[in-house]
Design a protein around this ligand. Structure first.
Ligand code: IPM
Ligand code: MG
Length: 369
């Protein structure tokens, strides 16, 4: 088999800093475990805008399409706040998701035991938590037409976005959720707002259709998304897999992140349809953003990005054992007390820098051999 290709788009803010630590883990896997990749780098977001006047060039888009997997850092920053909407850094990321057709966004929220006290919720609520949010990523209100800001011809303006879902879009992401559930605790909870939105009614009907026709062995429940948000904070361990639309998934996954102690812990995988070799188009990225307020200070937590690389090993390259090795190394380092600033509880303590966290994880990987 030829060496698989990995395209790295570090992006903006803390993206390059956390990605530098991921590069060390990638190199370690190549040296110590024989997992070689053809790694190349390119620009996305504000970094691409600064160099080329667009948050994603056609050339980079083509390279992403051709790569076996894409690893992304983060996009955006206050410097770009006043840019025209069409060239904002976020548009680069949305274009990648849309054109690669990465419809299933997997956002696992796992609470490492050592961090159960870093969560803003009580230890017993979050300890041992392991849930998976499957967010639809290529449709819904993020992409629906019509959209825009128009004059109302009476001196005011109207902002418009459209929530739009088709049968096929709902069914394919529902299938992703049911497939994952079969490999976990066999439960799916679907979230929408069928009480106020027609798209929510369709969502519920289509998820139910897929369940009745293809996945009766999996337990399915439905919840309104607002109640779902409340239940996530009340007793998150009731869930196994949550499947939801693009916008609700954006909100619910940030909420779920805090259950794990910090947004700096959450990785994600965005997957498209599998090709003939069974390998999906794929992009892996931490759920946290570019955190411009701490960029360049050594405070960023590289764990979410490192765990995103682990997800790439698992979902794109069939290397579940090596992914588990990375996850175990992270767990060991946390159990040992290493904390980046975001993981310090209210009592404070001494934080390690981004690079030191990388050092510790590499040492734990060495110790795993
Ligand atoms: C996310 C982010 C993105 C989103 C932004 C950066 C466009 O919040 O991946 O959760 O809204 O999808
Ligand atoms: Mg978000």
């Amino acid at each position: 088999m030829s060496t698989p290709s990995l395209l790295i788009l570090a992006g903006d803010g803390i993206g390059p800093e956390v990605m530098a630590q991921v590069r060390r883990v990638i190199d370690w896997m190549g040296d110590k475990r024989g997992l070689k990749f053809n790694v190349s780098e390119d620009l996305v977001g504000g970094a691409a805008y600064d160099a080329h006047g667009t948050p994603l060039t056609d050339d980079t888009m083509a390279r992403a399409q051709a790569a076996d997997a894409v690893l992304l850092g983060a996009v955006g920053g206050p410097k770009y706040d006043d840019l025209d909407f069409s060239v904002k850094p976020e548009r680069g990321l949305l274009r990648l998701r849309k054109e690669m057709d990465l419809y299933a966004n997997l956002r696992p929220a796992q609470c490492f035991d050592a961090l159960a006290d870093a969560s803003s919720l009580k230890r017993e609520v979050v300890a041992g938590l392991d849930i998976m949010i499957v967010r639809e990523l290529t449709s819904g209100i993020y992409f629906g037409e019509p959209r825009g800001i128009i004059d109302d011809n009476e001196g005011g303006r109207i902002g418009i976005n459209t929530q739009r879902y088709t049968t096929d879009e709902i069914r394919r992401v529902a299938r992703s959720a049911f497939e994952l559930a079969r490999r976990r605790n066999n439960k799916v909870c679907s979230m929408e707002k069928a009480n106020v939105m027609e798209s929510g009614i369709l969502w519920r009907e289509e998820v139910t259709w897929v369940h009745e026709n293809e996945y009766q062995d999996v337990e399915l429940s439905h919840m309104y998304a607002d109640a779902g948000a409340m239940q996530l904070c009340r007793w998150p361990k009731q869930f196994d897999v949550i499947v939801t639309d693009n916008l609700f998934g954006d909100l619910l996954s940030d909420a779920a992140a805090m259950l794990t102690g910090s947004l700096g812990m959450l990785p994600s995988a965005s997957l498209g349809a599998p090709n003939e070799q069974g390998r999906p188009k794929a992009l892996y990225e931490p759920v946290h953003g570019s955190a411009p307020d701490i960029a360049g200070t050594g405070k960023a937590n590289p764990i979410a990005c490192i765990l995103s690389y682990a997800m790439a090993l698992r979902y794109s390259f069939d290397q579940g054992d090596e992914a588990a090795r990375i996850e175990a190394a992270v767990e060991a380092v946390l159990a040992d007390g290493a904390r980046t600033a975001d993981l310090l509880g209210p009592d404070g303590g001494e934080a390690v820098t981004t690079g030191e966290m990388g050092d510790r994880i590499l040492a734990a990987l060495d110790a795993s051999l």
